[in-house]
Ligand binder design. Structure first.
Ligand code: HPA
Ligand code: ZN
Length: 335
């Protein structure tokens, strides 16, 4: 292991952009299919992995929603979340903020409570047994209507204490953030924090919209912000963090090669960029593999890596007391 690899592996970090359904490894997918007596199109784990060959966001989403179909019971959501927490903790992720897509489950007849209770049970246990802290963020599917999002928000109310915020994911092109202005306003009134995917495949204009119309605290991806200097200045001035996902960007062809990844440029411009795995079971790596990929391709220094790790705690939704505790642990890694 090189000294950079060692540094990446051991530095404490937070993960702020991971879809729990995207942590479903093929082995667990097959196990759950068998447990729930679901017939799969694929004969083996190898055959399934071969299908993970994406050319854009939509080609990934089609397979991702199909995979999520094996999740049926509270135990399934628990097992899924537990496997992710163990993996994340083994990579020195001390805090994680997890997205889930309730509409991809309720649309199949699964109860909202089944999903949340299974995830929550694992998060509570993770806090006690793994010493990993966590928050849960619900995402509205943007290819569906705002009315559907309102219905989902209503279902959330009894579980308010377990969910810190709402976000927006799924197919970006053709589904501008403005479509969800009212439901985000309502979510804020209910006390939820807000984030949104923007500028992954969509234009800088969508990033302006999530800032001005959805009033988000963070932007998920945000790559295309760099095409608009005024927007970059706005993000820097308002200290709006970006949750960047390098291996996802490579696999979904948001960048053609890792050498072209904008994360170093983001740091140079003073943006609060963070490194995240998005859908690690589909994109070939958890958070440390994402750090390694950009460190190698962009010759990141230990100072850059430290900055990215520090940003991850600064950009998180933890209390300032908890933040101080994590930053204290980080201090000995300061380059
Ligand atoms: N973008 C949009 N929607 C998603 C993603 C993503 O990267 N991952 C899971 N849902
Ligand atoms: Zn995402």
């Amino acid at each position: 292991m090189t000294s950079t690899e060692k540094f990446i592996t051991s530095i404490p970090k937070a993960e702020l952009h991971v879809h729990i359904e995207g942590t479903l490894e093929p082995e667990l997918l097959f196990k759950l299919a068998e447990r729930n007596q679901i017939m799969l199109k694929y004969q083996s784990v190898e055959e399934l992995r071969k299908a993970y060959n994406f050319h854009n966001l939509q080609s990934f989403l089609d397979i991702y929603y199909e995979g999520a179909g094996v999740l049926q019971t509270e135990a399934d959501f628990y097992d899924l979340t537990w496997a992710y927490l163990e993996k994340a903790r083994s990579q020195n992720v001390l805090h994680t903020e997890i997205f889930f897509d309730p509409q991809s489950h309720t649309s199949r007849g699964i109860n909202f409570g089944t999903v949340v209770n299974g995830i929550k049970k694992a998060l509570d246990e993770g806090r006690q047994k793994l010493d990993i802290s966590s928050n849960l963020i619900l995402c509205f599917l943007r290819h569906l209507s705002e009315e559907e999002a309102f219905k989902t928000l209503k279902q959330t109310i009894p579980y308010k204490d377990s969910i810190i915020g709402v976000g927006l994911d799924s197919s970006e092109k053709g589904h501008p953030p403005s479509k969800f202005k009212n439901v985000f306003e309502e979510a804020k009134k209910e006390g939820f924090l807000t984030v949104a995917h923007a500028g992954e495949e969509g234009p800088a204009e969508y990033v302006w919209e999530v800032l001005n119309l959805l009033d988000v605290s963070r932007i998920d991806h945000g790559n295309n912000s760099l095409t608009d200097e005024k927007l970059v200045t706005e993000l820097v001035t308002r200290k709006i963090p970006l949750t960047v996902c390098p291996l996802s960007n490579l696999k979904l062809k948001v960048v053609t090669q890792m050498k072209d990844h904008p994360i170093k440029k983001m740091l140079e411009k003073g943006l609060i960029a963070t490194v995240n795995s998005d859908d690690p079971a589909y994109f070939g790596g958890y958070v440390n593999e994402n750090f390694l990929a950009v460190a190698q391709s962009l010759q990141l220094t230990k100072k850059d890596i430290y900055q990215l790790a520090k940003n991850s705690f600064d950009a998180s939704f933890i209390s300032s007391a908890e933040k101080q505790n994590f930053l204290y642990k980080l201090r000995k890694f300061e380059a």
